[in-house]
Design a protein around this ligand. Sequence first.
Ligand code: FDA
Length: 385
Amino acid sequence: MTDLLVVGSGFFGLTVAERMAEEHGLDVTVIDRRDHIGGNAYSERDAETGIEIHRYGAHLFHTSNERVWAYVNRFSAFTSYVHRVYAKHRGEVFPLPINLGTINQFFRAAHGPGSARALVTEEAAELGDSTPQNLEEKAISLIGRPLYEAFIRDYTAKQWQTDPKRLPADVISRLPVRYTYDNRYFNDTHEGLPVDGYTALLERMADHPRITVHLETDFFTSSEFGKASTVGNVPIVYTGPVDRYFDSSLGDLAWRTLDFEREVLPVGDFQGTSVMNYSDLDVPYTRIHEFKHFHPERDSPADATVIMREYSRFATGADEPYYPVNSPDDRDRLLRYRELMPQEPDVFFGGRLGTYQYLDMHMAIGAAISTVENRLVPRLVGGDR
Ligand code: FDA
């Protein structure tokens, strides 16, 4: 029998496995119900063009956590890619996040930082001191109505399939506006993409003599590594959905999912950039990714490109859970699931599905390192078993 069973081979599960095997000498078994490792960060070469595709949506690595940065660099060098996003609105393309360039283009003006800030502050005062009752009012109180209606309203409606007037105000806490022309998407100290792709990085994390990976192995159906035969017999790090672990006994936690429509086009360059948001309701998708722009340093076909249109909707049973809906009901349910966890002292819940929260990759890795140091090592290596 193994020393530790890790359910899920995403960044959280692989970080735990690698640390416990390499640093603490445990034999670790990793299972995943999919036919590949890496969870949602998995990437693959498009068969026709050789272009690297992020199967579960675009993944941009960024972090200000020095420890996490040093950790991932042990498994891969990173390119100097800097992420920038543009938005198409009423036949015009604007830079995002909203910055001085966006404001001046939108208002056909030449504001400096001070007058742009004064303009946005004035627009944002429209609703006075009243407490925002819904997402629309909250957004208006942050950036004013014109910018909200152009860049947030319809995009949010498409993301949530719901009029923002009917979404709770706390779906957004802030809407960044930059009063400079800086349109770097992320503010972090470090940013880049693994030079030879995410899957190569993830495979190197799992490539350890003490780590065994079993793919197409579901924790709820496997005879050898399933819940029935392992809980109580081996410590488990579980990164699958928390409600599913408890047989959804307190009800399902709600998620949004995405549908991706991939297409190879016979042109060298479709949109001139990696991500274009579509802000208006007359276009049903939220954005288009064009993958060759993530790696301008690579050779790619001069006469072909791969694009992926992204559509957003509420998840039902068999859909991939992508973003927690996090309604008050969900939060209440999550608290009640957490109360059940102490019944399972040798099961450690982690990762985005196991904790029901959106985690960027660097957050999942950081959380996994903390779980190893603060929970697993004291319990499994410290001798108090
Ligand atoms: P992850 O979901 O990756 O892995 C969980 C694994 O558990 C999966 O492989 C699953 O198959 C497996 N599993 C579940 N149930 C199981 C069962 N019953 N039995 C066996 N295995 C089971 N982050 C970032 O830093 N930059 C970015 O640009 C993006 N972009 C992005 C786009 C989209 C659309 C999404 C949804 C997410 C991102 N992310 C991101 C976040 C990133 O995907 C996230 O940080 C990692 O996936 C977290 O890794 P985990 O290991 O927690 O989960």
